[in-house]
Write a protein that binds this ligand. Structure first.
Ligand SMILES: [Zn+2]
Length: 101
């Protein structure tokens, strides 16, 4: 999918259409635990404090579904050039390759 580097789009912070830069979201490492497990652990006092927290720390997980689908949903971010705030797209677009032109 080809997408322009900037787009004129409505900004909810400025309350008017502004020039916005488009970029792909950065990949962030997830731990081995599911979101619910982390939430439960936080409630029980796990994963807080200093030092290595074992499996409650941030260790990247192995991708399980790699190779099944050839395309991925892209997470685009729109950064307003006037107020500098970033907004996310409503729904991900499934595409093999993302090219900014
Ligand atoms: Zn704005």
């Amino acid at each position: 999918m080809k997408t322009p580097k900037t787009i004129r789009k409505y900004c909810k912070h400025c309350n008017k259409p502004t020039e916005q830069a488009i970029s792909a979201a950065k990949k962030r490492d997830r731990g081995t635990l599911k979101r619910g497990s982390i939430a439960r652990g936080k409630g029980r006092g796990r994963g807080t404090g200093l030092g290595n927290k074992g499996r409650w720390g941030s260790k990247p997980t192995k991708p399980k579904m790699l190779g099944k689908k050839t395309s991925k949903k892209r997470d685009l971010r729109y950064k307003c050039k006037e107020c500098g705030k970033t907004s996310i797209q409503r729904s991900g677009v499934r595409t093999k390759k993302l090219v900014f032109e």
